[in-house]
Design a binder for this molecule. Structure first.
Ligand SMILES: *[C@@H]1O[C@H](CO)[C@@H](O)[C@H](O)[C@H]1NC(C)=O
Ligand SMILES: *[C@@H]1O[C@H](CO)[C@@H](O)[C@H](O)[C@H]1NC(C)=O
Ligand SMILES: *[C@@H]1O[C@H](CO)[C@@H](O)[C@H](O)[C@H]1NC(C)=O
Length: 634
């Protein structure tokens, strides 16, 4: 159990406060005073951390001076180390507070939130090791580790992301996709490195769970979802959308035969993993090899790139437009002070492959460093970033400990709604980027198809990666069966199979699995953000009258709730609550529901679903799959 740092302080404080009490001692007020004092001290220390974060932001964006790379890294390490020490001590001090005796519900909630931790609950040595393991897994993905036959002597080894992913994206040869798929797995799991890293990491997660008193370790992995058997709820959503997934899967399998004849996709078979990776990574690729439903120039999506450059001209203008979306909803207005002092452009070489804009949080201020790229995808993404910024503006008003989203992925789900709305033809028309506020039926279907590939193929993968980790953690999958158990999940939930005979000595998880080992970027969070995002979108669209079920002029997939004060109120009400309430209470404000459901996704993609069913019938394609027995347990 955790060392009981808190006992002396609490005892002293209680003695002191009882001295001031009436003859009839009031226990709860005594405990409350003591607890508040713990929080006051912690908040004072947190202010130092925020101060450091402010310094990082200022240093990175200092105009004129050369970048202080080394110094920034040092300060970042200091932030991490001090945050860890603070949260660790605070949790220990709070773990002896008798929560039931606190009358103030907000204080109770604050204690409950901060008394239990994930990796940060580990003792210093274990915590360091956990971080080290996460650095290693990060290196599996982004380190230059892979030699692709002819390439290595000339250019040196490649990274999985972004180098091999980008290489694959342009490759029309199945042999190449296949050999790259094998080469990376071989490179990271030589001497079972990947597998052993994973095993060690799981060991530490289990230790963290024992400190929380969780008999089932996944309760700590799913900490702030605060739900008995949360995985069952995720799985139920997956089955809900499975009929749609199966139709899409069947259609894609048919298309694969045209794009990659050598991929050996039998008419009733599961899809080979390298091909499925390719389908997903090409969802955004302009010259993708997989055909969209309607061929022909007139059915192509109108190119928005040139108009976007003409209309929005600079990244600053895009930022202002995105900020205006939220202002139209009645959320915070970004002040000139914000643009002058707290909104800075990243240097051109700084964004990296992702070029993700970054949001900073150092109460009372929030800040933004934005990616200077100018394209359709970035335009949508900056709307998501602005959502995060808005959320932070509400969080700064809440006490430390409750100034966060109610569960991981909740903020990303809210962001997703605005990303969806900002990419609709209706909104692009509003921005004067498209001439028309709707597409032709064929174009519209092509658009839904690409969105569908992007979303529907990814969701089961988030689930599988998450379930694998959790099932290992809880002991439902034993160390001897890792690899074949992973392929069983791929078969059951995604219709994906290995490209060749694999064994339990292999370790075939994809690179997104490794990313998802970090709680900050977990697959749980991604899954939830996607599902809840569509649920929120549906409810904002209904509220604003921009989605009228049954009315072909107002389908969900072309809903832009821009300017809707009603939708804005719901968004604001949720953001303002921060973590003061259970996430189910907060989601209820918008959706009237307390559970995750696939309803948003199903209604959004309804026209695609209808089309796929008809088309598959015409082509005599049977949805569903039989996987080959391609993982041998011995
Ligand atoms: C004890 O004090 C708290 C806070 O001051 C107050 O809300 C509560 O009603 C008091 N309880 C009793 C039994 O006097
Ligand atoms: C926890 O309690 C110890 C002992 O009373 C105290 O020194 C420390 O500052 C407290 N830390 C936090 C973060 O509450
Ligand atoms: C806009 O789209 C609708 C539906 O496809 C079409 O009837 C109309 O002519 C289009 N308007 C313009 C200006 O292109």
């Amino acid at each position: 159990m955790r060392p009981l740092l808190g006992v002396p302080l609490l005892v002293i404080l209680l003695t002191v406060s009882f001295g001031h009490c009436n003859p009839r001692t009031n226990h709860s007020s005594g405990y409350e005073l003591a607890t508040k004092l713990i929080f006051d001290r912690a908040t004072a220390r947190m202010r130092n951390v925020w101060g450091l974060q402010r310094r990082i932001f200022m240093q990175l964006t200092d105009k004129g001076k050369s970048p202080l790379g080394g110094q920034v890294v040092n300060v970042k390490q200091e932030v991490d180390a001090e945050t860890y020490r603070l949260l660790y001590e605070l949790a220990a001090n709070l773990s002896v507070v008798p929560v039931a005796n606190l009358d103030d519900p907000l204080l109770r909630r604050r204690v409950q939130r901060m008394a239990k931790l994930q990796l940060q609950g580990l003792r210093p040595k274990d915590y360091e090791q956990a971080k080290d393991l996460l650095r290693q897994t990060h290196n599996f993905v982004s380190g230059p580790l892979v030699c692709l036959q002819e390439d290595c002597s000339a250019h040196g080894p490649l990274t999985m992301f972004p180098q091999i992913v980008n290489k694959n994206m342009r490759s029309k040869l199945y042999e190449e996709l296949f050999s790259n798929w094998v080469a990376w797995r071989k490179a990271i799991n030589e001497k079972e490195t990947a597998k052993n890293t994973f095993i060690e990491y799981v060991r530490l997660l289990r230790i963290a769970a024992t400190y929380n008193g969780h008999v089932t370790p996944s309760r700590t992995w799913y900490l702030n979802y605060d739900t008995e058997n949360f995985q069952a709820e995720l799985e139920a959503v997956l089955w809900e959308i499975m009929p749609l997934y199966r139709e899409l899967h069947a259609y894609l399998r048919h298309e694969v035969q045209a794009a990659y004849p050598k991929a050996d996709t039998k008419s009733d078979g599961a899809i080979s993993a390298p091909i499925m990776d390719q389908i997903l990574s090409q969802a955004w690729y302009p010259h993708q090899f997989f055909r969209t439903p309607h061929q022909g120039k007139q059915h192509q999506l109108p190119s928005v790139h040139r108009r976007l450059e003409e209309v929005l001209v600079t990244p600053v203008k895009i930022n202002r437009k995105a900020a205006e979306f939220f202002e139209s909803l009645g959320l915070n207005i970004m002040s000139d002070n914000f643009y002058d002092r707290f909104s800075r452009r990243m240097k051109d070489d700084e964004g990296g492959a992702d070029c993700k804009s970054q949001v900073y949080y150092f109460p009372p201020d929030v800040a933004l460093r934005y990616c200077p790229k100018l394209d359709y995808k970035k335009m949508m993404q900056i709307h998501g970033t602005m959502a995060e910024l808005q959320y932070n503006l509400y969080k700064v008003q809440l006490p430390f400990g409750l100034d966060s989203e109610p569960c991981p992925g909740f903020g990303a789900a809210l962001a997703e709604t605005v990303v969806l709305a900002s990419g609709t033809p209706r909104h692009l028309h509003h921005l004067h980027i498209l001439l028309n506020d709707s597409l032709t039926e064929e174009q519209s279907l092509n658009r839904l198809f690409r969105m569908g590939v992007h979303t529907l193929i990814a969701v089961p993968q988030y689930f599988i990666n998450d379930k694998f980790l959790v099932d290992v953690m809880d002991g439902r999958i034993g160390a001897k069966d890792y690899n074949c158990a992973y392929w069983d999940l791929q078969d059951k939930f995604a219709g994906v199979q290995p490209p060749s005979q694999r064994y339990n000595k292999d370790f075939d998880m994809d690179f997104k699995f490794y990313r998802g080992m970090n709680p900050e970027t977990s697959n749980t969070k991604k899954f939830l953000a996607e599902i809840l995002g569509f649920q929120f979108y549906r409810s904002f669209c209904l509220t604003s009258g921009q989605y009228k079920p049954g009315d072909p002029d107002f389908p969900l997939h072309n809903c832009d709730f821009y300017d809707s004060k009603e939708a804005g109120k719901k968004m604001r009400d949720m953001m303002q609550l921060g973590a003061t309430r259970h996430w189910r209470d907060v989601m209820e404000i918008a959706t009237g529901e307390r559970k995750l459901t696939g309803r948003g996704i199903l209604e959004y993609f309804a026209p695609l679903f209808t089309w796929l069913k008809e088309r598959n019938k015409q082509l005599d394609i049977e949805p569903g799959w039989d996987a080959d027995e391609l993982c041998r347990k011995d």
